[in-house]
Design a protein around this ligand. Structure first.
Ligand code: NAD
Length: 252
């Protein structure tokens, strides 16, 4: 175990699977005390299979003020990784008010909740790194049938920059991550769903991979490596930025 994150108390949302899970494990391997949270307790409990003693797991629903308040009190974090998010399919004409409301709440307001709860402790200590999960999609580059997702993930960029600038002189950093397509359980479900529409999973997979110039999607661990960097003091001069990690998708 190396110790790039020694002394860090990290609260991770949506750590039950995918990028959140990979990041919780990567940060624990770097010596952080990690508080891995989700509403999916089954996914969370498998994190313990790696025998990392410095990961504590508990249920935290980012849609609930009370649950977030309790979770933040327990973790008392100096690093917060806001990873929870959901992808809706469709154009603006397909979108419903309920879907937009749900995504605004899960993809954006959840971060307002966790940041509001965590900032007072960070400010008291004069130290904090907040990492928000945005996406290359929406904030950097458009993609078909992702109206609600793109809209809400772009809002994460504004939220990030606002928090960064308001607290920049008080030891708080706030950055966001903009990944391209990443292999995760929910992404696999999206491939299956598109495969049903197109009549073949292979065709669906080819469509997802086609937008990634490297000819492959990312591994969750590749995004986790960036999370570790932003959590660590190695990134001490970085705040208010969109960190793009998209296999060249938006850089062509
Ligand atoms: P995922 O979608 O497979 O898993 C999401 C996790 O969020 C699940 O464990 C789920 O239980 C949890 N969750 C859902 N509602 C919650 C709530 N109310 N409170 C707490 N946890 C809740 O994981 P993923 O695909 O790695 O995505 C993680 C984040 O990365 C999301 O914000 C997503 O939008 C973003 N992202 C993903 C990709 C991708 O291609 N997978 C690309 C760019 C950005």
């Amino acid at each position: 175990m190396t110790e790039r994150l020694k002394g860090k108390r990290v609260l991770v949302t949506a750590a039950g699977q995918g990028i959140g899970r990979a990041s919780a494990i990567a940060m624990a391997k770097e010596g952080a005390q990690v508080f891995a949270t989700d509403i999916n307790l089954e996914g969370l409990s498998s994190i313990r299979d790696g025998n990392l003693e410095n990961i504590e797991i508990f249920e935290m629903d980012v849609l609930s003020d009370d649950s977030v308040r309790e979770g933040v009190k327990r973790a008392d974090p100096n690093v917060l990784f806001n990873c929870a998010g959901f992808v809706h399919h469709g154009t603006i004409l397909d979108s419903t008010d309920d879907e937009l409301e749900f995504a605004s709440n899960l993809n954006v307001r959840s971060m307002v909740r966790t940041i509001k709860a965590s900032l007072p402790g960070m400010l008291e200590r004069g130290e904090g790194s907040i990492i928000n999960m945005s996406s290359a999609l929406g904030s950097i580059i458009g993609a078909p049938n992702r109206f609600i997702y793109g809209t809400t993930k772009a809002a994460v960029v504004g939220l990030t920059k606002s928090v960064a600038v308001d607290f920049i002189t008080q030891g708080i950093r706030c950055n966001c991550i903009c990944p391209g397509t990443v292999d995760s359980p929910s992404w696999r479900n999206r491939v299956d769903a598109l495969g049903e529409q197109l009549g073949s999973r292979e065709k669906a997979l080819a469509q997802f991979v086609a937008r990634q110039p490297m000819g492959r999607v990312a591994k969750a661990e590749e995004i986790a490596a960036l999370v570790v960097y932003l959590a660590s003091d190695e990134s001490a001069f970085t705040t208010g930025h969109t960190h793009i990690i998209d296999g060249g998708w938006s850089g062509q």
